[in-house]
Write a protein that binds this ligand. Structure first.
Ligand SMILES: Cc1cc2nc3c(=O)[nH]c(=O)nc-3n(C[C@H](O)[C@H](O)[C@H](O)COP(=O)(O)OP(=O)(O)OC[C@H]3O[C@@H](n4cnc5c(N)ncnc54)[C@H](O)[C@@H]3O)c2cc1C
Length: 412
C-alpha cells in the first residue's frame, strides 16, 4: 500500500535524536542503514545541559510510547518530576503538580548517561553504521534529520556545582527572558540556569548574568560555575514533510514546539514515523499531519499570543494555571489544554500565519512558513544590576581558568 524501500540501503542525515530513532527502527527491520553526522559524536551539539521531555502533548506517557516502539528508556539517565516551582513575573512562586509524571529531565551531550549516547547505543546495537565527521547534503539521503538551520530564538545557560536538592523552576519573566521564560534545573549536585530569548538582543550575556543573579537571590545555591552552554531553535511550518521523496524529521522538518521549544518528543516521534513509512507501515505525510502538526500549530498560536503580552499577560497565564490546578487538582491539565486545537485557536490560525510567519523557499526547494527572530523592544534595554556585573566578572575569570563556552552570540 505504501512505498517500501526493502533491500535498498537507507541513508540518514544527522545523528541527533530524530535520525537515531529512525535508524534504529529501520535497522531492526532488516535494512542496511547509514547515518551521516557532521560532528564528531552524537550529542556534540550540546554540552551537558539538562533538557525536559514533556508529558502533556498526548494522553500516553512518553516512556510507554518509547517502549511500544521498542526504544529502551533505561539506556539513558532520566529523572521524573511531578512538580515545578512556577515563578510569576512579580516573583511569587507557586507549585503546579500532578499525580503522574509531568516531565522528565535528561542530560544532552556526549557523556555515557546522556539521552544522545543512549540513542546512539540503541542504533549501534541494532546494526546501524554511523559515520561521524562527515558532511552530506539532504539530496544524498532518504531521511533528513539535520536539526535547526536558522535561529528563531536562542537559549543561553550556565552549568554549575551546587549543594541544593534536585528541583526544577520555571520563570515567566519578560525582562530576564524577553518574550519567553527562564528555568533552573538541579540534578544530583549539578545545576543549570538558562534564559531563553525570543527577541534578538545584542550582548545577550547580560540576560544570563541577571537571571543567575535572580535565582541566587531566591535559592540557596552555593553556585560554582562550570561552563556556559546554549543553542538555537528554528521554528517553521513547511508545506510538505515529504519533499522529492525525502522524509524531513525533527527540527529539520520544522517539528518543534513554538511555545516553549520542547522539541525532543517531536524529534523522536517523527523519526519513528519516518522509519515506519520507509518500511511501508504508514504514510508519513498523513501521520505527521494528524499527530504532530495540530500540536505544532496550537503551539504557534500560543506563541503568537505570548509575543503580544508582556509581564502583565504572563501573570494572567500563571494565575490561570494555578486556578486550573485548584479546580481540577492537576497542574498538567492546563499544559494539556494549551495544546488542544479548540475553536478559538483554529479561528486565530489565519491571523497567526499572516502576522507571525514569513514564507521562505529553502535551498532544497521546500516552502516553509518560518517564524523570524523578532527584533528587540525598547524595554529590553536596561542596566545590569551590581550582582549581575559581578557574575559577569566571575565568568570571565572562570573562562581564563579554562571554563568552556559551547554556544556564543555569533552562532545565533
Ligand atoms: C539550549 C536548548 C535547550 C533545549 N531544551 C529543550 C527541552 O528542555 N526540551 C525539549 O524537548 N527540547 C529542548 N530543546 C530542543 C531539542 O534539543 C531539539 O528540538 C531536538 O534535539 C531536535 O532533534 P533533531 O534530531 O531534530 O536535531 P539535532 O538534535 O540538532 O540533530 C541534528 C544532527 O544533524 C547534524 N547535521 C546537521 N547538518 C548536517 C549535515 N549537513 N551533514 C551531517 N550532519 C548534519 C547535526 O550536527 C546534529 O547532530 C532545546 C534546544 C536547545 C538549543
Amino acid at each position: 500500500m505504501f512505498p517500501n524501500y526493502m533491500g535498498e540501503e537507507v541513508h540518514i542525515l544527522g545523528a541527533g535524536l530524530s535520525g537515531l530513532a529512525a535508524a534504529t527502527i529501520l535497522a531492526r527491520s532488516g535494512r542496511e542503514v547509514h547515518v551521516h553526522e557532521v560532528r564528531e559524536d552524537s550529542g556534540a551539539r550540546f554540552d551537558g545541559d539538562f533538557q525536559g521531555i514533556e508529558n502533556w502533548t498526548s494522553e500516553q506517557d512518553f516512556f510507554e510510547e518509547l517502549e511500544i516502539w521498542g526504544l529502551d528508556s533505561r539506556e539513558f539517565k532520566s529523572d521524573s518530576f511531578d512538580i515545578v516551582d512556577l515563578i510569576h513575573p512579580d516573583d511569587v512562586i507557586t507549585n503546579p503538580k500532578t499525580d503522574g509524571v509531568a516531565f522528565r529531565v535528561v542530560e544532552r551531550g556526549t557523556a555515557e548517561h546522556t539521552i544522545d549516547q543512549g540513542f546512539k547505543r540503541m542504533a549501534l546495537s541494532s546494526g546501524v553504521k554511523i559515520h561521524y565527521g562527515v558532511k552530506r547534503s539532504p539530496e544524498e539521503c532518504l531521511i533528513v534529520a539535520a536539526g535547526p538551520k536558522e535561529s528563531s530564538a536562542v537559549a543561553f545557560g550556565e552549568i554549575f556545582e551546587t549543594s541544593h536538592r534536585n528541583m526544577v523552576a520555571f520563570q515567566l519573566n519578560d525582562k530576564l527572558a524577553p518574550g519567553a521564560y527562564s528555568y533552573m534545573i538541579i540534578i544530583d549536585g549539578v545545576g543549570l540556569i538558562c534564559t531563553c530569548l525570543w527577541r534578538k538582543q545584542r550582548k545577550s550575556g547580560r540576560y544570563l548574568n541577571e537571571t543567575i543573579a535572580w535565582y541566587e537571590g531566591k535559592y540557596d545555591l552555593g553556585r560554582k560555575p562550570i561552563k556556559r552552554v546554549g543553542g538555537k531553535g528554528d521554528f517553521g511550518l513547511p508545506t510538505k514533510y515529504v519533499h522529492e521523496g525525502r522524509y524531513y524529521v525533527g527540527e529539520a522538518g520544522g517539528l518543534q514546539d513554538f511555545m516553549w521549544g520542547f522539541g525532543m518528543r517531536y524529534a523522536i516521534t517523527s523519526g519513528v514515523l519516518a522509519a515506519k513509512a520507509v518500511i511501508g507501515e504508514c504514510d508519513y505525510e498523513k501521520e505527521v499531519r494528524s499527530r504532530l502538526v495540530p500540536l505544532v500549530k496550537a503551539s504557534a498560536i500560543n506563541r503568537f499570543m505570548m509575543n503580544r503580552i508582556g509581564d502583565r499577560g504572563f501573570k494572567m497565564v500563571a494565575n490561570q494555571w494555578m486556578r486550573d490546578q485548584r479546580r481540577k487538582g492537576d497542574g498538567l491539565a492546563f499544559m494539556k489544554w494549551l495544546y488542544q486545537p479548540g475553536f478559538l485557536r483554529k479561528a486565530l490560525w489565519p491571523i497567526v500565519k499572516i502576522g507571525m510567519l514569513r514564507k521562505r523557499v529553502l535551498s532544497d526547494g521546500r516552502v516553509v512558513h518560518r517564524m523570524p527572530f523578532r527584533k528587540a523592544l525598547g524595554r529590553d534595554e536596561w542596566e545590569q544590576g551590581d550582582r549581575a556585573q559581578e557574575i559577569a566578572k566571575e565568568w570571565k575569570e572562570a573562562q581564563r581558568s579554562g571554563a568552556n563556552l559551547s554556544f556564543s552570540e555569533s552562532e545565533a
